[in-house]
Design a protein around this ligand. Structure first.
Ligand code: AVI
Length: 322
């Protein structure tokens, strides 16, 4: 048996469920109303997001995967050997597995808000890599990261892996806070490997977030079911419409749920009126050029940067050193 025993899940209750739900409720009474995208990912939302990643229109997943496949050797040479591989928002862990051998990883740390995802990824990883120690950390990393203790259990340098342009779901100011916090977790030898979606033509971006099959629409509308369940609300998804628009000034896709009519929705013991055409903001997905993302990494205190892109420069992968 492995000397470290079965994989453990460390639950870091940085913010309890009650305060997350209080924030969700408060957001719905703002003008414009807003719902944090972290609420998309219940079991149904995770399944829909997996389906999005397979869509013809949703290029980020496959473009990033092609960059990783093409440059894996070169990228791995920029990363420390024998690392602890920290997968931020690991989901099922599948994006990590092709890296563990090339970097000779000793330890895999999956970080995710969902303990269900952690169980799935830990089961998948331990079956596949018997020589790697597996740890899951259940935490909400929209709050400051606190992984120092679990990282200190091993002397190995850390590689933080943050693929999929998930950084784009934070505003640049929030992204800066997260990147700074990652940087503070890296010793001198640690690295960040991160993928970020590029700025490109409006029609390509908007199709990726408003696909012909309506999968992204279902993903967006599903958050209303999450809200109903969590807050005892009675949103009717049929009375809202999905909208995704590129805002070129802010450099982001904006996803909204637009009220199809004037309506009053019950939220727990209260009521919220929506005008016809009133929008609930559900997600921003920021797009960066290689230059603008380099600047953000430098602001966060990173020094040496390398980057790789696909030929169309639709997606960028960075290795950043402290
Ligand atoms: C998870 N995140 C990077 C996705 C994105 O592209 O911003 C979420 C998503 N929203 C709609 N489609 C995909």
């Amino acid at each position: 048996p492995a000397p470290w025993g079965p994989p453990s899940i460390v639950v870091d209750a940085v913010e309890d469920r009650a305060s997350q739900l209080a924030a969700l409720r408060a957001g719905l009474f703002e003008h414009p109303a807003q719902i944090s995208p972290k609420f998309f990912y219940d079991a149904q939302g995770c399944a829909l997001y997996s389906a999005i990643c397979e869509l013809q229109e949703y290029y980020p997943t496959r473009t990033e995967a092609a960059i990783f496949d093409r440059y894996r050797g070169a990228i791995a040479r920029r990363l420390p050997r024998g690392a602890q591989w920290v997968d931020l928002g690991c989901g099922d862990g599948a994006k990590s597995w092709p890296w563990l051998e090339p970097v000779g990883a000793r330890r895999w740390l999956g970080v995710d808000i969902s303990p269900q995802w952690l169980r799935i990824s830990l089961d998948a990883g331990t079956g596949r890599f018997p020589d790697v120690e597996f740890v899951g950390v259940a935490t909400d990393f929209t709050k400051p990261l606190r992984l120092q203790r679990v990282l200190r259990r091993s002397p190995a340098p850390a590689v933080f892996f943050y693929p999929g342009s998930s950084i784009g779901n934070f505003t640049p100011a929030e992204a800066l806070v997260l990147l700074r916090s990652v940087r503070e977790h890296l010793g001198a030898d640690g690295r960040l490997l991160i993928g970020v979606d590029g700025v490109k033509e409006r029609h390509v971006l908007e199709a990726a977030y408003d696909d012909a099959l309506g999968v992204t629409a279902a993903f967006n509308l599903n958050v209303l079911r999450v809200v109903n369940r969590e807050l005892g609300a009675d949103f009717d998804p049929r009375r809202f419409a999905h909208r995704a628009v590129f805002n070129p000034h802010a450099g982001r896709i904006e996803m909204h749920l637009v009220s199809r009519e004037a309506q009053t929705v019950r939220i727990g013991h209260d009521e919220r009126h929506f005008d016809d055409g009133e929008a609930v903001v559900t997600e921003y997905s920021y797009k960066y050029t290689a230059q603008s993302f380099s600047a953000l990494l430098r602001d966060a205190g990173f020094g040496a940067l390398q980057h790789w892109s696909d030929d169309r420069e639709w997606f960028h992968v960075f290795v950043a050193a402290p």
